[in-house]
Design a protein around this ligand. Sequence first.
Ligand code: HEM
Length: 432
Amino acid sequence: MNSALHPAVQEPDAARIRGEQRSQRLVTAFVASGLVFMLLPGTFLGVWNLLDISAGHRPEMVPQAWLQAHGQAQIFGWVGSFILGIGFYSLTKMKSTKAFPVRAGWTAWSLWTAGVLLRWIGGVTGDGWRVLLPVSAVLELAGFLAFYVSVRRHRPASSGTKDNAWLLLVGCATLAFLVVLAVNGWMLFEQAVRGNSAALPHVVDQQFVVLAVWGVLVPTIWGFNARWLPVFLGLRAPNQRSLYAAYALSIAGVMVTFTRFLPVAEALFLLAAILAIDALHVWERSVNPPKVLNVHRMFPSFVRLAYAWLLVSCLLAMMAARWDVSGGIWGASRHALTVGFVALMVFAIGQRVLPAFCGMHVLFSTRLMGWSLYLLFAGCLLRVLAEPLAYENVWAPAWRILPVSAVIELAAVSLFALNLGVTILRPAGVRG
Ligand code: HEM
């Protein structure tokens, strides 16, 4: 059709397509930088740490600042960048009348990426950390604010309330993200002024990890699962009340973590996880055929398995609150949560949705997707089994299993990055 003949029809369409293309470029940038953070500052450093710990048979073998730099790169550099990218992409679907915020988007990407990078450099090198850590916090916060303001401005006037539990959850998690970054800034300024190294005090750091993982990552996943699982897995629509209850319990758990009544906090997290599984009908039969075109056929099973890891993590945390001496049960619990639940979910859902979000691509290889999921599951299983046995001095041969788990997970992560990387570099629409 000729736009000169139908200006009224063509102009909004052209603007929509331009907005979509801009958002696709931006989400591609967030996904690409997220993959880089996941691979090198995140996983490679994590593997390095674990190899050192296993060689010395002691968790204290590795500087705390390195462990923290690894965790930061994974949570903020990888998963955080993916969340921001998907958030910007979703603006084009909000039916807002405003143009896509190109400048705010790229400002957010630059500030965010620079902030996460400086945080990692300050932690790992220990050079100039008194300046780098607070500066990194300011950049991360500023980047996130640029994102947050854009999202708020583009909200349609009325989004209705029916079936919108997912929006509420994702909205709360976004607000919590802002709180997490403000807390991060406050902690890092304190550290720069009063601390004597780039490593935060252990207890403060662990509480912060709980805040970031349970406050942001877990509810974001539940929110997007509420939206996508009925479509991708053919599950019944979520039970909104149970989902809200699960969310409320998990937030209560986060708050109690700061009071240090850890067994109570862990019991709240366990209840929250059970309620969320029930609310999302994760383990029930699909009522419609799952959508597995262009993804690995086991995709629905891995989404369901991720929730098994969430439960395992909560059960291990309850055991840790009672019996942990050297960090092995806590470590296994955190790994079940971050790798078993979060990373497995991102591997499964990410390879399903991101190719389309980055510009109507088709996933490069369903076979690579399958391998990345199987290997991540196997590596996580070995790690979660071996870590308590090794760290808690129960069974010495477990020290030899930990490096194997690390290498298997590295392979999984590399295949995921390769598959998504090739997918977004290829021209749109190419298959196989
Ligand atoms: C893929 C291979 C991975 C390896 C080999 C690995 C290794 C490690 C190691 C050795 C620790 C130190 C604590 C302990 O001994 O348990 C640790 C902590 C941590 N990891 Fe990982 N990890 C991996 C993946 C991930 C992923 C995917 C995430 C998040 C999405 C993550 C988040 C964290 C966090 C938050 C901590 C705590 C850091 C802190 O104490 O501040 N890790 N990891």
